[in-house]
Design a protein around this ligand. Sequence first.
Ligand SMILES: [Zn+2]
Length: 162
Amino acid sequence: MMVVRAEGSGGPCGACRFLRRKCVEGCIFAPYFVSDHLGTSHLAAVHKVFGASNASKILFNIPPHKRPDAVVSLCYEALSRVSDPVYGCVSHIFNLQQQVDNLQAELAYTFKLAKLAHSQQEQTSFELDIRDPQEDKDDDLQRLARELVAKYFPGLQFSFSD
Ligand SMILES: [Zn+2]
């Protein structure tokens, strides 16, 4: 995800450009932050919220194949915090939690109606095929995260390298 490679330019990556430092070979940020306005603005947000040094430590301590997702979540959190200093991405979480609560209430109500209808029509049998919501939780979370990033930060580019 968000593997925005600074290829062909030969110059510093967006992170090093923002930090006004030399972009050395093996720069931890180079694979993810292009050397354009987008790359520098994303790094600016990450630097403002986490500090570039902390962000690089986080990335160094993560297996390389997981770094693209970590960069996406760092950018998502940082950009959220910059645009909403009070709640950051937690406002999205609260909104989603509210949706979950509403949907669970709706589901419980629907189950009640279905039970009622079932008890009123003893001769008619039917089955409700409900999937276990926990079953696909991880996949759902990843899909949700990607949808949210695409929705709120359309500037981020993705390439799924895993
Ligand atoms: Zn660099």
